[in-house]
Write a protein of this length. Sequence first.
Lengths: 322, 236, 535
Amino acid sequence: MNILKNLPLFPEQASTVAGQVDALYFFALAITAFFTILIATLVVVFAIKFKRKSDAEFGVPEKTSLPLEITWSVIPLIIVMVLFVWGAKLYITIMRPPADAVEYHAVGKQWMWKFQHPEGNREINDLHVPAGQPIKITMTSEDVIHSLFFPAFRVKTDVLPGRYTQLWFEATKPGTYHIFCAEYCGAEHSRMIGKVHVMAPADYEAWLAGREPGKKLASGEELFQTLACVTCHAGDATARGPLLANLDGGEVQLNSGRTLVRDDDYLRESILNPTAKVVAGYTPLMPSYDGQVTEEQIIELLKYLKQINQVGPQAGAPTGSP
Amino acid sequence: MSSSAHAPNLAHHFESYEQQRESASLGMWLFVAQEIMFFGGLFTAYLVYRINNPEIFKMASSELNIYQGGINTAVLILSSLTMALAVREAQLGRSKRIVALLVATFILGGVFVGIKYFEYSAKFEHHLVPGEHFDLHLNAEELAYLEKVGITDQAKIQSRAQMFFSIYFAMTGLHALHMLVGMALIIWLIPKAWRGVFNADYHNPVECFGLYWHFVDIVWIFLFPLLYLLGRNIGA
Amino acid sequence: MENQKNYLNASYGWKSWLLTLDHKRIGVLYLISITFYFLLGAVFAAFIRLELATPAGDLVQPATYNRLFTNHGVIMIFFFLVPSIPAFLGNFLLPLMIGARDVAFPRLNLASWYILNIGAVFAVWSLAQGGVDTGWTFYTPFSTAFSNGAVMTAAVGVFITGFSSILTGVNFLVTIHRMRAPGMTWFRLPLFIWGLYATSLIFVLGTPVLAVTILMVALERGLGLGIFNPALGGDPVLFQHLFWFYSHPAVYIMILPGMGVISEIVAAFARKRVFGYKFVAYASLGIAVLGFFVWGHHLFVSSQSAYAGIVFSVLTMLVAIPSAIKTFNWTATLYKGSVSWETPMLYAIGFMGLFAIGGLTGVMLAIMGFDIHVHDTYFVVAHFHYIMVGGAIMAYMGGLHYWWPKMFGRMYSPFWSKLSALLVFVGFNLTFFPQFIVGYLGMPRRYHAYPEEFQVFNVLSSAGATVLGAGYLLPMVYFAYSLFAGQKVGKNPWGAVGLEWETESPPPPLNFDEIPTVDFDAYDYVGKAKEAQVV
């Protein structure tokens, strides 16, 4: 009996969109239930009421009724269009992170989730987040397609190798909820699960403070030095590498004449395949860091790069000499 | 297919030669429709990757020999002419001419496949077959052009060029396979034609095969410009 | 009468069956094949439900479980559901229903059967090689670069089998266009034929795209070409687009013939023409055409752009409307009908309710904001089983029970058949309804082990599967029994209207003594009241 008392029928609502998704669900469910019961009832009632009484009995054919056909075409059409519009709007809400969302990172690999907090804390298969804060998770895969799924938040997005994808949520209710991988990824797919811990902001601060220093990754700033980026991207007139400023969404012109927006994919490519796209006025000198930085280190570097602002005259035309 | 003395080559489930002919023709058109969808998947993949890597694909494409490709195009168009004439002769029941035209079509098909063989051998020699030994050799001029458009990463050039050749071999290979099947079918048709089986009432096999052959020709007419010709003479 | 030759006893021996050109015999050959593949797929299902009865993955290894669900899907879809109604019932009945002696291309028809089984040999061989573990969807790069299952063998099997569909589609389209009896105009055709026509369009235009996509997967896996592998510059989402371009229309392949069967059963067992005949006919075509433009609803969370998603969502909503039209028309057919409660009608009634649930949950899945939460959960699994099992297989069973006496000249036990129908209905709902709930709770699909709080629903589901299994096994017994000891029937055991009921049961080898001239509309119980007597 205890089982029945605690039987969950719906997951907890632990994010700002969860209630919206559930509302849409209940509406759609009501429509489904209505039409199913309508059809089932009519069918059964007709089958009973018009049950054949003798072998010689025939049915009474009805004339085709265009008004009837139109009615039961148009009414469902209106209903599904309502569902479509509501669903599309909700989708846009769920897929577009707000501007003030704090960026976390995640790397999926067979068969674990590696999370990185903005200030560098790393967790594996667990994720502690503060309530009341919009959080976006930028993520990639090291191998096959995975999918990051928080049922309590009602959000899910596939995690792809070779690209970044994003999901966002704002947790509302402190508690512990499931994390699942929702795209079949091999042998231990069902064990690629974890727990997200939503905490009141004060508790979250306390948790952060109590973290052991050893779990912190070298910051992007430290990596910038230790990986010798600073030698070419020195930020002065003689620098062999372009000035690093406005890297988060700013525009850049390449040698080919193309102009593009500097996003995470571009920055990541510039570290791993630096000669693929070269800034206008510079020669392709930068060595590739492919194999020398981990995904987590790239994430730290990107965080650093997006907020540094080297000022100074651009080195301009190549002087032709390394 | 059962036949009776007074209605040779009329299958028992058809009421008339006309019904049989129209059925065969419709069936063949439907088969061609599905072949279009079949090749369509590869065309889609090619277009997607071409749009994403225009310069490297152009470089890779310029490794193809347009003279061999061009001659092959002419050969195939000519073979479609001989095949169309063969269908005409089959409708008129002129056995000797049917055979001659089928043989001509076969020979032209053979020329196509032969030239393809030389093309493919050249690819092998120049290390342009995807796999371990793939190595696209670019001269200084070509490298400079790529550098000008911002592409200098050798690994990326090789991998995208390899993508081009993967799709090139998949598409032309699939096409060549269809040619070979066609040539085998001509071998099957020739004895029938020789024996005088085909006439105004019954020439379905020739007509249906003609349709197939024209389709294979048309696939090449799409392949040739898309693979060989697009973007030529840039960087020169 | 009893000494008259029918297609079953006209000739004997292996060769007369394995080299037959008679569409009726080919239909029976298909019956034997698909029944075997159904049992194979069901064995895998049994193991899946057995494993999932407990939260821990303790019955089989994870790698084994992954092979179980993959092979369950591959075999059930490609070797049972896709051929089931078209290749078995369709082959048998199409010429009879249009007044022809055979299909347009009998040899191609036989070849289709052989091709299906050759493909199946490869699929079974892949099992012997240890099985495939990619899911029936073969997503890259897992299938091309990471899986150590027998992907190539399975891919070859699916590739080959596809041509069985394509050739059947060509055959049916030409037959319907060119071989109708005199007087059989398009709008006098039984709706089952319209359903087969629409299905055949998808067979011909959709299946080749699967073939070439599987070919590219095989090239990538076998030759290391980087078409879908991001490590080599490829795009794994391109695979998803190409795969679903076929696989979405494929689901309409699986339901359109079933809808055609339901039209036939409803008309015959209400002794009344189908209400809104033309609307139902056009709706079949509408579903087939629209079905080609909605594949992106499988990619809402795949990184597909929101704009593309919006287009696919609205089109998916549109494709639901023709299905709704059909359901309302069937319901209206029963109004003032003369409704018999024979087994085929029981299956049709079950179909109507279950298809409503399956179809409407499909509409729910087309709601983008909702799909994010339930994509790749058991909600989706429940939805498609409601359509494919609650819909397609119920329709198949209904058709099997409706036309069995025509095909074999024998009637089966009404009691056992009605009991089986009840078991199937109850077992089915018990198996799959809890999956909607546990899916919304968040249980992902293809999970070998799951959190404890999902157990109750899984236990219900597994219990239901047992009842469902019993419901499917019983017919094998009573049908087999009927072949030897069932009551013999005449031309028209149900008192129905249709050309197939105007010839002997079982039909003679050439179907009709004389090709009929058709002068009546489909289901004309008024004009053909004399013929629509039990005989």
